[in-house]
Design a protein around this ligand. Structure first.
Ligand SMILES: [Zn+2]
Ligand SMILES: [Zn+2]
Length: 230
């Protein structure tokens, strides 16, 4: 089986991360993964660039992914592009949407969340509802988006057990596919890992999307062996 991390945050784009791309990618290489998706927060607060144009924020975001891809090439780990987008406590993992999409849709950040999701879906993006039932006291409400996502991150190993059963029911009831990711912000210090695995190697983002839609990818969760020595 070929393993893929689907939900990974790195410094400096994700300000909440404590590890950079170099250490994160080396960790997954040591773990024998075939690849990772870098899914930094696509909210311009996180990019940390106040007072610059939309275009330069977009370029900074995707230039960073390309830098990570260069590290991946050097160490022998595939690095794919993705991002996480939030809307008042609801979070979405998006794959297959890149720089060109954002440069073309200059008013994107001003759109309503349903319009954002629709536009990305129409452009071929795969949208997963990330940790839909994560419990945070600051959350005003928990919302589901069954008609605007294709999958549900049932297994998010950042906060174990938070809403996993509910997320599984959400996926089942609305006939959405299950998804798993680590939401790793701390590279080798992240205790539990989750992701998607494939019988054949994933070539690029489009291939990942097609395999997921065809039901060819399976979720997995595992302990970080560097933390849990058995
Ligand atoms: Zn974060
Ligand atoms: Zn995340």
């Amino acid at each position: 089986m070929y393993k893929y991390e689907t939900h990974l945050h790195t410094l400096p784009i994700s300000k909440c991360a404590i590890s950079d791309a170099e250490s994160s990618l080396k960790f997954y290489k040591d773990m024998d993964y075939d690849g990772v998706f870098i899914t930094n927060h696509f909210g311009f607060k996180n990019v940390g660039l106040d007072g610059v144009t939309y275009e330069s924020k977009v370029n900074t975001f995707f230039d960073d992914v390309e830098k990570s891809q260069e590290i991946g090439e050097r160490i022998g780990l595939k690095v794919f592009s993705g991002f996480e987008m939030g809307d008042h406590g609801a979070d979405f993992l998006v794959y297959g949407i890149g720089r060109e999409f954002f440069l073309k849709n200059a008013d994107f950040m001003n759109l309503d969340i349903l319009d954002k999701l629709t536009l990305m879906k129409e452009a071929g993006g795969l949208i997963i509802h990330a940790h839909p039932f994560r419990q945070l006291k600051s959350k005003r409400s928990i919302r589901i988006f069954p008609y605007h996502v294709e999958g549900v991150e049932v297994y998010n190993t950042n906060r174990e057990g938070q809403g996993t059963e509910l997320a599984a029911m959400y996926a089942k009831h609305y006939e959405l596919s299950e998804f798993a990711g680590s939401d790793n912000h701390s590279a080798e210090e992240h205790p539990l890992l989750g992701g998607m695995q494939s019988e054949t190697p994933i070539i690029n983002e489009q291939d990942f999307i097609e395999k997921y839609r065809a039901g060819k990818l399976n979720t997995f969760c595992e302990k970080n062996p560097f933390i849990y020595m058995e």
